[in-house]
Design a protein around this ligand. Sequence first.
Ligand code: F6P
Length: 336
Amino acid sequence: VKNIAILTSGGDAPGMNAAIRSCTLAALHFGHNVYGFLHGFKGLLNNEFTALAEQDVRDIIHYGGTILKSARCPEFLDENKQQLAAENLTKLHIDALIVIGGDGSFCGMLALAEYYKGQLIALPGTIDNDVDGTDHTIGFATAVNTAIDAIDKIRDTADAFERVFVVEVMGRHSGFLALNIGIASGAEQVLTFENFQNPGVELQNIAEHIKLCKEKRGASSYLIVAAENLWPQGVEQLCIDLQAYANITCTPCILGYIQRGGSPVAKDRIMATKMGVAAVNAINADKSMIMIGEISGSINEIKITQAVKHKKQVNGELLMAQNSILDIAELAKINK
Ligand code: F6P
């Protein structure tokens, strides 16, 4: 019998509750005791925890957010705090800790490993999908769907007014969300880190493409999906720049935190459930310092050091598809 603790850290992601549920139920199934630390790494510093029983988790699979709460914990960069967290875990006789979060949380885990001798297991939970060693992170699929839903509505009003919109989506410094959302919402342009040259070139390309579309289609809606943190000073500035450069009037729209909320889609619920069970199996097998991922539908284990070190690359086929669709759409019109 082991004492297993779970925490969620960093940006919450739909499906974190499904992961908490499956870790807890699987651990209870094997006769372990389960504890949830609250507010991410802060809970480790403040000894803020609660025992988790079947009735605490059985009905949470469909909830967004995280019942364990989350937080960013910059103070965890301090070695004294890392040591304190390890001491607290050791005093409470916690044999294993499961951290559900993104790469910032995994860096926290690596730091903790310097002082804590129990088992450490990571589950990738972030809407950004920017974690190596897994095709998808918990929350990504739901965030893409939420954004598509919102952008479909923006398309309606954009169509009605024949307007140009720039929609900013989350993703921190990676383009998984922007590219997938852009393709799935049929955006005319997707601006992501992976295809961005520089503001001058991009401004020229966007302006030319908007004008070409207008020439070929007549007045119509035009949607640009842009990754956050990409355009200098944000998407409002991009609209100002387009106006100044080419007299194109463009409406900015920042989707923001709705992308983090909502009930998880089936993909996130099922993947989180599989990953939670795999985390407990790994603890049973006395493994440590690994992250559980899913590659091509199968559970994958990689070293946390590897998950943190490597930057996951956006699928080149998606980038190609986006570029080709733009060209093909225009060629089709020209040949008419
Ligand atoms: O990592 C998830 C995420 O939603 C990013 O997409 C975004 O850049 C960031 O968190 C926002 O963080 P905060 O909640 O601290 O504002």
